[in-house]
Design a protein around this ligand. Structure first.
Ligand SMILES: [Mg+2]
Length: 262
């Protein structure tokens, strides 16, 4: 039986992680290592300046007073009986599409697994929070995709970011491989006041605008398909690297006129 680590950023009590854990138990020896509370939008942060506590709240279910990245690294190195064969993260209560992946703790847990060389997948349910969450649909397809990855592994340094439309299973039109789209939020910082009249700012909400493009993750879920985006950890822009090497001549740093030239 393969050891599977299940984490998330919505916290250990989220219905999404319970659904994913149940699905993983049919594929291997599953363990939850997850934050003790919601840590959405914590990205890939690691807790360095205080100790962390891991509590086994049920058999094979650990909660940690830290971030998703803390959970994955402690899971791999300290809590699980052996190095896991696979890491899954989610099922997140809401999409992780376009540039939002850079803020996402759900995706960061899969990034951490990938850094350790372990095939890793993040799962998110595309819901604006105003509708019933179809976790049964998401966990069904999470199980199918995970089973495929367990048999076939993943390309080097690459995780899968999976977004599932919030629909009944029979309403899903299919699965597509996609590229990461672009989403920009307009008017997403609200001004508010404390009871003492001090102005505060609250980031969140706003109107999302997205780049059009049939092959993007965003368009794909809007068309009721499951989106699977392969994400590479090497963020180097190789075209830009070639361009810079070819076109930009940087001044010689040994030249004492360096500062003037730059
Ligand atoms: Mg979340």
């Amino acid at each position: 039986m393969s050891v599977i680590l299940v984490s998330n950023d919505d916290g250990v009590h989220s219905p999404g992680i319970i659904a994913l854990y149940r699905a993983m138990k049919s594929l291997g020896e599953a363990y939850i290592v997850a934050p003790d509370r919601e840590r959405s939008a914590t990205s890939h942060s690691l807790t360095l300046h205080r100790p962390l506590k891991a509590e086994e709240i049920r058999l094979n279910v650990f909660c940690i007073n830290g971030t998703p990245t803390d959970c994955v690294t402690l899971g791999i190195n300290k809590l699980l009986p052996e190095k896991p064969a696979l890491i899954v993260s989610g099922i997140n209560k809401g999409a992780n599409l376009g540039d939002d992946v850079t803020y996402s703790g759900t995706v960061a847990a899969a990034i951490e697994g990938t850094i350790y060389g372990i095939p890793s997948i993040s799962f998110s349910l595309v819901n604006d929070g105003h509708h019933h969450y179809h976790f049964e649909t998401a966990s069904y397809f999470a199980s199918k995709i995970t089973s495929f990855v367990l048999k076939n592994s993943l390309p080097y340094d690459t995780l899968l970011n999976v977004n599932i439309p919030n629909l009944r299973k029979e309403e899903i039109c299919g699965i597509k491989f996609t590229r990461q789209g672009k989403r920009i939020y307009d008017n997403s910082i609200q001004e508010t006041y404390s009871p003492w009249g001090e102005k505060h700012y609250w980031i969140g909400g706003g109107n999302p605008f997205w780049e059009r493009g049939e092959d993007t993750d965003i368009e794909t879920v809007k068309a009721n398909f499951i989106s699977i985006t392969p994400i590479h950890l090497d963020m180097t822009n190789y075209d830009a690297l070639s361009f810079l090497n070819e076109k930009w001549s940087m001044p010689d740093t040994k030249d004492n006129r360096f500062e003037k030239k730059l």
